[in-house]
Design a binder for this molecule. Structure first.
Ligand code: ITT
Length: 206
């Protein structure tokens, strides 16, 4: 079976993507599975101001190292009243120190930023941009997804990862932290982007 490299080291993303792409006739592999361990270069890869720009950089970097078709996911949460923050800075929002629980630090930073804000200033959306790069010279294909909700005043639920316990989904009427994986996948930014990728791959096999 042909390999499809998913260029992420985020454990929560890996779990979701494995299940979102599981039905495709490809062997889904992650960097460590093909011997690509983390490099210092990777830490400074995401310098762009857009999800698409960062996803492209990750896809190009990993395709070059692995020489197999590669997809990268750049994603995050945008709070409308904060002008779209944390946005592309979602992972680094709290500037957590090494060894700290990054998700917890980010969630606390977001809660603090919105302290006292009324419901109508807590509107948010998750976004996910996926870039597929088939080979070095190929045109990158871009797939997007988003979902709407608002930021709770405290964490709810223990499911998911990242900002999930703070994100009250308008579709599910509960937080992603309280949702099952299947429920989240059915409405999430990542579910939408990866099902668009899956549809494209069915029509354009690698
Ligand atoms: P890779 O670059 O290795 O894929 P990363 O964690 O650095 O992993 P991003 O740069 O795309 O990934 O940052 C995304 C951040 O946005 C991530 O750390 C989460 O905090 C948050 N995020 C993205 N999708 C999420 C989701 O479905 N649920 C909760 N938080 C999410």
């Amino acid at each position: 079976m042909r390999k499809l490299l998913v260029a992420t080291r985020n454990v929560g993303k890996k779990r979701e993507i494995r299940s979102l792409l599981g039905h495709l006739p490809y062997e889904i592999v992650f960097p460590e599975d093909v011997g690509l361990y983390e490099t210092p270069e990777e830490q400074v890869l995401e310098t762009e101001q857009t999800f698409e720009g960062n996803a492209r950089k990750k896809a190009e970097y990993f395709q070059k190292r692995a020489r197999v078709p590669t997809v990268a996911d750049d994603s995050g949460i945008e709070v409308l009243s904060l002008g779209g923050l944390p946005g592309v800075r979602s992972r680094r929002f709290a500037m957590a120190a090494p060894g700290q629980d990054i998700d917890l630090a980010n969630n606390n930073a977001l809660l603090q930023r919105l302290a006292g804000a009324p419901t109508d200033r807590r509107g948010a959306r998750f976004r996910c941009v996926v870039v597929l790069l088939r080979d070095r010279g190929a045109v990158p294909r871009v797939f997007e997804g988003s979902c709407r909700g608002r930021i709770e005043t405290e964490a709810k639920g223990t499911g998911g990862f990242g900002y999930d316990p703070l994100f009250y989904s308008y579709d599910l009427e509960k937080t992603f932290g309280e949702a099952s994986q299947k429920e989240k996948d059915g409405v999430s930014h990542r579910g939408e982007a990866f099902s668009a990728l899956a549809d494209w791959l069915e029509a354009h096999p690698l």
